[in-house]
Design a protein. Structure first.
Length: 239
């Protein structure tokens, strides 16, 4: 029960993800905000009914100094939101509080700027952070998108059509996989477990029983169960 929601929303469709690089060389992975809202709606119901965001605090605060021709001419202004994201899951209400922030007045390579969309960006930032704490796109936040093989396997599963509803893609299948506690394995991962079982002359039934899993087949194992199984089977193979 404790990981059921997390496992159900942890996998991210790579069609709604893109890399970015900020000044100073910082790079990361950005998740489309509308896609995240869609995932929340699929999981909890319509925004405003099954989930929503309340602003608890909004402020503008000074940031780093702004320098022109060697002289300080002002300071950055940072827009900050503190929000409460609430949701209803299996008849119970949950809440997550987090912050979002965006530079409202600053300087970039083109000179000084004012970002009139800073409040919207701060809300998006806060929503993403709140959803991440209950498992949404956990694979991105855990760094799994740094693994090229992981991303390649997802691309094979999801394909490239953004117009297809996620319910008809592997994410939809994860609702069925929720009966086993979370995300199903990729074909290559399931084959890896099966091959190790065959090499060790063990059955899938014995492995599932040892894992105390709700899965009925190797393909229905969750990712954490897969990792445990691979670790133990490889140790026994090497013994």
């Amino acid at each position: 029960m404790s990981m059921e929601l997390w496992n159900a929303v942890a996998v991210t469709n790579p069609n709604f993800v893109k890399g970015f690089t900020r000044s100073g060389g910082f790079s990361g992975t950005a998740i489309n905000a509308t896609y995240q809202a869609q995932k929340a709606t699929e999981t909890f119901g319509p925004c405003g009914i099954g989930w929503g965001i309340d602003i608890l605090e909004e402020r503008y605060q000074d940031g780093a100094p702004l320098i022109l021709d060697g002289a300080v001419v002002g300071k950055e202004v940072i827009h900050v939101l503190r929000v409460n994201l609430w949701y209803v899951y299996q008849g119970k209400r949950g809440e997550v509080i987090h912050f979002g922030q965006t530079i409202f007045v600053g300087r970039n390579k083109n000179g000084f700027f004012t970002d009139e969309e800073a409040p919207k960006k701060s809300m998006t930032d806060a929503m993403s952070k709140c959803l991440s704490l209950i498992g949404f796109s956990a694979d991105v936040h855990l760094g799994l998108y740094d693994d090229n093989k992981y991303v390649a396997d997802l691309r094979k599963e999801f394909g490239t059509d953004k117009n297809v509803k996620s319910g008809s893609k592997p994410e939809g299948k994860r609702e069925e996989a929720g009966k086993t506690g979370g995300n199903t394995l990729s074909p290559s991962q399931a084959k890896e477990v099966s091959d190790l079982l065959a090499a060790s002359k063990r059955t899938s039934e014995s492995l599932i029983a040892w894992l105390k899993s709700k899965a009925r087949t190797v393909e229905e194992l969750t990712l954490p169960e897969y990792e445990r199984a691979i670790s133990v089977l490889k140790q026994r193979e090497a013994a």
